[in-house]
Design a binder for this molecule. Structure first.
Ligand SMILES: *Cc1c(COP(=O)(O)O)cnc(C)c1O
Length: 462
């Protein structure tokens, strides 16, 4: 399988190189040259198989010859062995037609573990083979960073540097990043927003001299392997509710557009998804763009669902690439306009986007009310991100088609917001109950590319 850049100017790569590279050298994101198909019979045959087996069958065509079947099977088994739930991604019923897909049973209690645990195993296998050493750098609004650190801590062949916006992640998120004691783990508190962190990471990737000297590798949600890992649970959830014989809909709490783009890939592979709903918090640039065609970042307003406090939604570029008929030049032009303030989506592309995605917004009051309401009516505690999804799902569901809301984090990861809405303070799982007592290691850094690069060079001995 070959991978091409959304901006059309970077070399075509195989799976392993696309995964190791992260961001393409033309600034674009890698995508498979074509999307493999699952037939109705292939999908029906997923009924009753383990999550790992489903993952193997769904991802195999994208991997090409990067790993043998036995190697890939082994990688998947190890990736999901640390999950607390035997189903990996269990479905919980909220009412007659509304379901919650619980994606928070991994080591750091957010859906990011599905992709990051897999990518950790993929990197380890590839680096062992090549004898290379890499420096993983990522930006996080909270959950990516902890998931990446958990996946890479203690690996011999990788250092991991995570940039997070100081004071804008929850205490559990911060402690998950700052308490691992392994020497290859570096949590950097940046003075700025998530968008600043993400821009500095992009800056490092675009500084080719730096990139090559430290062996930079990216595991942000722009990494294709992460999107791919997330395709799997759309299939397992839909199949448990009757696919391919009946269509289902999904609502996806969205920030960087990686998770919902995985749903789009699942549909393009042949999964009968009726509606794919993008749910945003008050930082609603994606909803505004899908409604009116204008993509103009207006500044982040911090919310109680901080992992979605994003205005520059990286993976949206992948959706644009498809909406513009895989025209890399057109996408590159839009991204130039974005750097200068924003862009307007063409009429044709907007129609294509609207055919693929619906959207809705949930404000702060409605997020709290939804947490409280679902607690009252179902006894389920939702994290604020999942509640944003549930609220939009309730507005957009259509009778007769099951609606599945992705529950993206465990409520205990955001205990203050949950307690404010319900009076209940959800406890952390037993295995991390001493998180608040473990010592932290934090490095504060300015929002400055040159200073960050110097620090990384020093710490990696380059
Ligand atoms: C990352 C994250 C999201 C947003 O996912 P994207 O793939 O960036 O759209 C939503 N909820 C939680 C809890 C997250 O950690």
């Amino acid at each position: 399988m070959n991978y091409i850049s959304t901006r059309g100017q970077a070399p075509v790569l195989g799976f392993e190189d696309a995964m190791m590279t992260g961001l393409a050298r033309d600034g674009g994101l890698y995508l498979p040259q074509f999307i493999p198909q699952m037939s109705r019979a292939d999908i029906a045959a997923l009924q009753g198989v383990s999550y790992e087996e489903a993952a193997f069958r769904i991802m195999r065509p994208f991997i090409g010859d990067a790993f043998t079947e036995a190697e890939f099977q082994d990688i998947i088994t190890r990736a999901y062995a640390g999950f607390d739930h035997a189903a990996r991604a269990p479905l919980v019923q909220l009412d007659s037609g509304h379901f919650l897909l619980e994606l928070f049973h991994g080591p750091t209690l957010a859906f990011k573990d599905f992709a990051m645990q897999l990518i950790g195993q993929l990197f380890e296998a590839a680096l062992k083979r090549s004898g290379q050493r890499v420096c993983i750098v990522g930006a996080t609004s909270g959950d990516t960073g902890s998931a990446a650190i958990e996946a890479f801590r203690g690996l011999d062949a990788a250092d991991v540097f995570i940039l997070y916006p100081e004071g804008r992640v929850s205490e559990v998120q911060r402690r998950q990043m700052t308490t691992p004691a392994e020497a290859n783990v570096h949590a950097l508190a940046v003075e700025g927003h998530f968008d600043d962190c993400q821009a500095r990471v992009k800056g490092m990737f675009n500084d080719f001299a730096f990139r090559d000297s430290v062996g930079l590798a990216g595991v942000n949600s722009i990494n294709w392997a992460r999107v791919l890992a997330q395709v799997v649970y759309y299939f397992t959830a839909a199949v448990s509710l009757g696919a391919p014989h009946r269509a289902v809909s999904f609502t996806v709490p969205t920030g960087n557009f990686g998770d919902v783009f995985a749903g789009y890939v699942a549909r393009r592979m042949g999964l009968p998804i009726d509606r794919l709903v993008v749910a945003t918090n008050q930082n609603d640039i994606l909803h505004r763009c899908l409604s009116g065609g204008e993509y103009r970042p207006s500044g982040v307003v911090p919310s109680i669902s901080p992992s979605m406090d994003i205005q520059v939604s990286s993976n949206f570029e992948r959706a644009l690439f498809h909406a513009y008929g895989q025209d890399g030049r057109a996408v590159a032009q839009l991204m130039d306009e974005l750097a200068a303030g924003g862009f307007s989506v063409s009429q044709g592309a907007l129609e294509a986007l609207r055919e693929a995605f619906d959207s809705g917004v949930c404000n702060e009051d409605d997020t709290r009310a939804t947490i409280a309401g679902l607690w009252r009516t179902t006894g389920e505690l939702l994290c604020p991100h999942s509640a944003v999804g549930a609220k939009v799902a309730q507005e957009q569901r259509v009778p007769g088609t099951p609606m599945i809301t992705l529950a993206t984090a465990h409520p205990a990861k955001f205990p203050d917001a949950v307690a404010a809405a319900t009076g209940i303070r959800p406890p952390l799982p037993e295995r991390m109950s001493d998180l608040y007592e473990r010592p932290e290691r934090i490095t504060g850094v300015a929002n400055d590319l040159a200073m960050l690069e110097t620090l990384i060079k020093e710490r990696t001995g380059n």
